[in-house]
Design a binder for this molecule. Structure first.
Ligand code: PRT
Ligand code: MG
Length: 218
């Protein structure tokens, strides 16, 4: 029998890490430390050959694409923006669910503005998703790329609309915004480096199977 190969799994802190813990447990993997409390970027597990690397949510596909991590978990929002090059996406894990929406200030007449053929200014962290959405509708928009707090855009006159994720809706509400269009449903997926899947199939496939069996029903 060949010795088991080392595996690195890329995860982001926060909701993805929290919702991945039960899936890892189902695969027999228990982190040795809590990344929220530790400053370590590499976290060992109970499994001598498996470690976790803690990276920004948007960087997960990049680590996996280049093989710095064999597996990772990332939102469909992040994967769509990244493009998915070099990534095998075997499983929707049905975690970190939310919706990609267009939102505007509650006093902004989006219906009229979008019909009038006027050029909308749209602030977003997701330029590709936003572009594609408005192109499909035949609307001309100017995309303003932001890295966070999109909700501020319409409040300070930076943009007419935003494209952002909404889960409970309380952030929109707290900022006098309202959702006017649903672009897509979002959840997080398991991504696997294509070369690693071939080379480490014996280690990776059981994890895919355990995650598939442990995920929430649809
Ligand atoms: O925080 P950081 O800048 O490091 O990166 P990130 O914001 O991409 O990471 P993180 O951990 O916040 O999100 C990771 C993934 O979780 C995202 O890529 C999504 O796939 C998923 N997810 C699920 C969400 C949400 N729900 C969500 N509500 N990501 C972000 N939000 C934000 C949203 O952008 C908005 O600002 O929460 C706010 C709205 O929440 P509600 O509940 O007020 O509607
Ligand atoms: Mg965040």
């Amino acid at each position: 029998m060949t010795a088991s190969q080392n595996l690195t799994i890329a995860l982001s802190k926060g909701r993805i890490f929290d919702e991945t813990l039960p899936l890892l447990a189902a695969a027999g993997i228990v982190p040795a430390e809590d990344p929220e409390k530790s400053r370590k970027l590499i976290i060992d597990t109970n499994h001598p050959n498996i470690r976790l690397v803690i990276v920004r949510a948007t960087d997960v596909p990049t680590y996996v694409q280049y093989g710095a991590a064999d597996l990772g978990i990332a939102g469909r929002d992040v994967l769509t923006e990244h493009g998915g090059d070099g990534l095998y996406q075997p499983l929707d894990l049905r975690i970190a669910k939310c919706r990609m929406m267009v939102a505007v200030h509650k006093d902004f007449d989006y219906a009229t503005a979008s019909r009038a053929g006027s050029r909308l200014k749209v602030a977003t962290k997701y330029p590709n998703i936003a572009m594609e959405h408005f192109a499909k509708k035949g609307m001309h928009v100017d995309i303003i790329k932001l890295y966070g707090s999109m909700e501020l855009g319409p409040l300070v006159g930076l943009s007419d609309a935003i494209v952002d994720l909404v889960s409970t809706g309380s952030t929109l509400k707290a900022n006098d915004l309202q959702a006017v269009e649903h672009i897509s449903d979002i959840s997080s997926r398991l991504v696997v480096n294509k070369a690693a899947l071939k080379l480490k199939f014996g280690e990776i496939q059981p994890i895919i199977d355990a995650f598939r069996d442990a995920r929430q029903p649809e």
